[in-house]
Design a protein around this ligand. Structure first.
Ligand SMILES: [Zn+2]
Length: 168
């Protein structure tokens, strides 16, 4: 994704209240982030338990638009090792946990949420860049990686589109 500033991320919040946005704590290493190696930026709030955020460069009918949403980690962790629904990392390098996000508009204000299993530490981009553990000679590994990244972008974009689909 293209580099974004903290202000751009703040301005891109959807479905969040002013007081929620005011309490956002950015990652300590924000200035060192390599956006070129990220398909989206996800991080956990160091000061608020179970609170996390994702900032996603979406591609809609009006072109590219950054969208930031608040995620809440479910209290219960999945009993078994779960696969992330975004990067679908079969090696389960990072544990996927259940995050919920408020739907857009009136539905969200009524408490309507969407849940999905996502890498607890939002390491999808790194996982998707990993190559398959075994591949045949002559396999175009770069093509596999490109496909993985395209799939990841598609899934995260689809998630954001679903969250915003109830906005009025
Ligand atoms: Zn993931």
């Amino acid at each position: 994704m293209d580099p974004v500033s903290q202000q751009q991320i703040i301005d891109a919040f959807r479905g969040a209240t002013k007081s929620e946005i005011k309490r956002v704590t950015f990652p300590a290493d924000f200035d060192d982030l390599d956006f070129g190696k990220l398909e989206y930026l996800g991080w956990r709030d160091r000061k608020i338990p179970r609170r996390a955020y994702v900032a996603v460069p979406t591609t809609g009918p009006d072109g590219a638009e950054l969208v930031t949403v608040i995620l809440t980690q479910a209290e219960k962790k999945p009993a078994a090792k779960a696969m992330c629904s975004w990067c679908r990392d079969v090696n389960i390098t990072s544990q996927a946990v259940l995050y919920t996000v408020r739907r857009g508009g009136a539905a969200g204000r009524k408490g309507d949420t969407i849940g999905m299993l996502v890498c607890e530490d939002f390491s999808c981009a790194a996982n998707a860049r990993k190559l398959p553990p075994a591949f045949h000679k002559g396999t175009d590994v770069e093509m596999i990686r490109e496909q993985n990244l395209a799939d990841l972008r598609t899934r995260v974009n689809g998630f954001v589109a679903e969250v915003l689909s109830t906005e009025e």
